[in-house]
Ligand binder design. Structure first.
Ligand code: ASP
Length: 442
């Protein structure tokens, strides 16, 4: 029988009621044998995640303050879950040890990791699954880089005689025995690693939304869910600002061809989004595009020089200047005698004058300026590769909405079309492209 790895995010485990939903989901499919929990998240909008409470304990200790009250609140969160679930379990010993270690300055990552650790113990007890501490199996080297091969080996060895287990997300251990976490949201990464190690048939990532949405719901009203998306498309959309899954959660499963299914704990019958290596579904060919995402906060350095096209090494000189100023760029659209460098405005802050004067000195341009307040928008979809007229539809939609396009870039993969527009046009642009492609495909 195949095995499924299921990861539950913080809001899925925020209180006893959520724990019950999680247990129902797990018990409804006997393949769901390996469970990766996050720390308890927010129960309501103004609530605080346990991870953030733990970070604040760390900060309090660092500034010489007492953590009694703050740590007391953390105890209460867990004890509330335990008693509401009617569990015969005491974490008093663990609380004592953790409070002691926090006071003894065991480190920021150690502090944060305890949220998942404690939640894992409770969930394992509630499910009747074995608890495997992530510090036994997830390894980082002494520079803090994650060690995939050693980890896979350790997981396989550890679960040899284990049928079902809970393995907390977010952290592991370095070779010199220090607790280390992934970056925020890192339980997604743990889930993916465990899925790879146990050769899961699927990695289910349970959260509080029914999958990836085609566009940001704060901009488009009630956008549709993406049913299937390829790893590559996901990378493009995540890069451009769509968030649901930690970016590093892709690589462990990708090479093994294990699909990821984003699911909603609060609506378990919804199929969610499937993330796969290749997608030939009908839905995709009908819609042509998979998603739209974008970000504000870019600027463009516009350079004009007559006969630029015949000047060998022109672009190299410009790239050297970027390199020396530790700047990475997003796009370099170019014309015959013009080129623009689109880059994040934040990265250029404080360096503008230096960069401009170096460009003037190196290439002696006829015209040089920085254009501010640019937004980039990516229309992503592997279906556009086979379909004529996708670009025309994007540009027609923008033109009907009277939006001026400042830049166009279509990558060689033909997976996306990127347009640069004014920041004030950003929301309208997303809405008009959404309705041109998605509403018209009804
Ligand atoms: N609890 C951690 C965080 O809040 C990790 C996670 O939830 O994935 O970032």
């Amino acid at each position: 029988m195949g095995v499924k790895v299921v990861k539950f995010g913080g809001s899925s485990l925020a209180d006893a009621n959520q724990f019950r939903k999680v247990a129902d989901i797990i018990k409804s499919d006997e393949k769901r044998k390996f469970v990766v929990p996050s720390a308890p998240g927010k129960r309501f909008r103004e609530d605080t995640k346990v991870t953030d409470m733990l970070y604040s304990c760390y900060e309090l200790v660092k500034s010489g303050k007492d953590i009694k009250d703050q740590f007391g609140k953390i105890r209460e969160r867990y004890n509330g879950i335990i008693s509401d679930l009617g569990l015969d379990l005491s974490l008093d010993k663990e609380f004592e040890e953790i409070e002691y270690c926090l006071k003894a300055k065991s480190g920021r990552d150690y502090a944060a990791s305890r949220g998942e650790y404690l939640n894992g113990i409770i969930l394992a007890a509630y499910l009747g699954y074995e608890f495997i501490d992530a510090a036994e199996v997830i390894y980082f080297d002494d520079n803090g880089s994650f060690m995939l091969d050693k980890t896979i080996e350790a997981v396989r060895e550890r679960i040899k005689n284990v049928e079902c287990a809970v393995i907390p997300g977010f952290y592991g251990i370095t070779l010199n025995d220090t607790i280390k976490t992934f970056s925020r949201g890192g339980s997604d990464v743990t889930g993916s690693i465990i899925a790879r190690a146990v050769r899961a048939e699927i990695y289910e990532n349970w959260t509080d939304v029914s999958g990836f949405l085609i566009a940001d719901p704060r901009i488009v009203e009630d956008p549709k869910v993406i049913k299937t998306i390829t790893y590559k498309e996901l990378r493009e959309l995540s890069y451009m600002g769509a968030t649901v899954l930690h970016e590093d959660a892709i690589f462990p499963v990708r090479t093994a061809g294990i699909p990821i299914n984003i699911r909603n704990t609060n609506d378990p019958s919804a199929p969610g989004t499937m993330i796969v290596a290749e997608d030939n579904s009908e839905e995709t060919s009908r819609n042509t595009i998979t998603g739209i995402a974008g970000k504000k906060g870019f600027c463009a350095i516009n350079i004009e020089k007559s006969m630029m096209n015949s000047e060998v090494g022109f672009v190299k000189k410009i790239l050297d200047i970027l390199y020396k100023n530790d700047l990475s760029f997003e796009h370099i659209p170019s014309g015959i005698d013009t080129m623009s460098i689109v880059l994040s405005a934040a990265s250029l802050e404080g360096k503008e004058e230096a960069v401009l004067s170096q460009i003037r000195k190196e290439v002696d341009p006829d015209h040089l300026e920085i254009e501010h307040n640019i937004a980039l928008l990516a229309v992503v979809g592997h279906g556009m590769y086979k379909t004529r007229g996708t670009a025309a539809r994007v540009f027609a939609a923008l033109s009907h909405a009277r939006i001026n396009i400042k830049m166009i870039d279509q990558g060689s993969s033909e997976l996306n079309i990127i347009v640069g527009i004014g920041e004030s046009d950003f929301e309208d642009a997303i809405r008009c492209i959404y309705s041109a492609f998605i509403d018209s495909a009804e």
